[in-house]
Ligand binder design. Structure first.
Ligand code: FAD
Length: 392
């Protein structure tokens, strides 16, 4: 056999995978699948975020917990990310009278990390690109895919249509996944989508005049006000990304500066000097609250041809800080199952649905429950007694 025919044979036997969506989960999964020796093409609708000055999108920072760290460890990135994050050892509760009190997450040595979403995505894309069997295609929006043939159709930035044909389509294209939309046309696909009545708006607490953190750095700060809440996570530049979660009708009842200041003076008085009055007025009155959706569906796969992961499979409300973490864990779970099934997609994908679906649904319910805990239960005496007993 000539070298050329040998190379062709190897190429024919190598599994070819298309990952649709180069966000957090897609980029990590590209690394995992590259390690398995697959030929991986990542198709991302947006421009390459590494070349952009400002990236529009969701929350600026995220809480990374041990299930996410474990997944990053699997591709050698845990240390890089942890080095660039800020440990948060406890919640810091801000009462209405300005008093602050910490509530530990677990034992004293346990903590979660505040990490920068953009940095995380950039590091993951750069890592994926290091594998010679991975190719990244930006400005490629998935239009359709055929689960019988593995053929896919994308639109590029010029508006031209681009075709591809693969052994496996992996949908990591987020909460409004185009891959999942195609799956919804198949029979016996269960789907449930719920918008909660609350929206969120991001504000910012800048560093103090002497360029220090304006509050204690190693905490996830919470202003729980029962029906709604505000939280703040620290950033490396010593600012805090501050997120207000509130029913849409309360957001829309605040329409001018006076109403806004009355509201903050009543509900979050200690936050006003931290946010800065003028900056608060400017940000709040020029922004629109964003919605939050939960998606549950089943199965996560179609035959041996497609699988959905991350938010595409299980978008969660953000209150448990587990959406990304759970999506990262999906990558380990699928990788382990592919090991057990000897890379046989026909066996591995149904097993992935069987194992992952129950866990994802459970985390989704816990995330919804934690909204009540964060905005309300942390105010109750019973909750505090229980926490104190836990930490004895
Ligand atoms: P995404 O990050 O949405 O990425 C999907 C990618 O697919 C995007 O790059 C998109 O451009 C691309 N795409 C979409 N459609 C197409 C298409 N048709 N063709 C090609 N590409 C496409 N999680 C945590 O773990 N901890 C937290 O603290 C946390 N905080 C959060 C706070 C807020 C306010 C919100 C809203 C969410 C939070 N999350 C958190 C959840 C987390 O953001 C998501 O779970 C995570 O981003 C999911 O990653 P993903 O890669 O599945 O989807």
């Amino acid at each position: 056999l000539s070298t050329d025919s040998l190379r062709k044979m190897v190429q024919e036997q190598t599994k070819h995978v298309a990952i649709c969506g180069g966000g957090l989960v897609g980029a990590l999964n590209a690394c995992y699948m590259a390690q398995r020796g697959y030929r991986v093409d990542v198709y991302e609708m947006r421009q390459d975020i590494r070349t952009q000055e400002i990236v529009r999108g969701r929350s600026i920072n995220l809480a990374l917990s041990c299930r996410g760290r474990e997944a990053l460890k699997g591709v050698g990135l845990e240390e890089t990310i942890v080095k660039n994050g800020i440990p948060m050892h406890a919640r810091m509760i801000h009462d209405r009278d300005g008093k602050r009190r910490p509530i530990l997450y677990g034992t004293r040595d346990q903590y979660i990390m505040s990490v920068d979403r953009r940095l995380l995505n950039e590091v993951l894309l750069t890592e994926a690109e290091k594998y010679e069997n991975v190719k990244l295609h930006f400005n490629h929006k998935l239009l359709t895919c055929n689960f019988d043939t593995g053929e896919m159709l994308f639109q590029n930035e010029k508006g031209d249509q681009v075709k591809a044909s693969v052994d496996l389509v992996v949908g990591t294209d987020g909460a409004f996944s185009a891959v999942r939309k195609q799956m919804m046309k198949l029979s016996r696909f269960d789907y449930q989508q719920t918008y909660i009545p609350h929206g969120y708006m991001e504000l910012n607490i800048p560093p103090s005049a002497d360029n220090e953190f304006a509050m204690e750095a190693n905490y996830l700060h919470i202003w729980p006000r029962n029906e709604f809440m505000m939280i703040a996570l620290p950033n490396l530049d010593r600012s805090f990304t501050t997120t207000l979660f509130m029913p849409f009708d309360i957001f829309s009842s605040i329409t001018d500066e006076r109403q806004l200041m009355d509201f903050f003076t009543d509900k979050f008085p200690d936050s006003i000097p931290l946010l800065g009055q003028e900056a608060l007025k400017k940000s709040f009155l020029s922004s629109k609250p964003l919605p939050m959706v939960t998606v549950k569906c089943e199965p996560y796969h179609v035959k041996d041809k497609a699988v959905i992961m991350g938010d595409a499979a299980h978008a969660l409300v953000p209150f448990y800080g587990q959406g990304m973490n759970c999506g990262f864990e999906d990558c380990i779970v699928l990788n382990d199952i592919l090991d057990q099934c000897g890379d046989d997609f026909a066996k591995a994908l149904p097993e992935y649905t069987r194992i992952r679906n129950v866990d994802a649904k459970a985390i989704s319910d816990l995330a919804m429950y934690n909204y009540v805990e964060m905005r309300s239960s942390v105010n109750s005496k019973l909750f505090l007694i229980r926490k104190k007993l836990d930490n004895l």
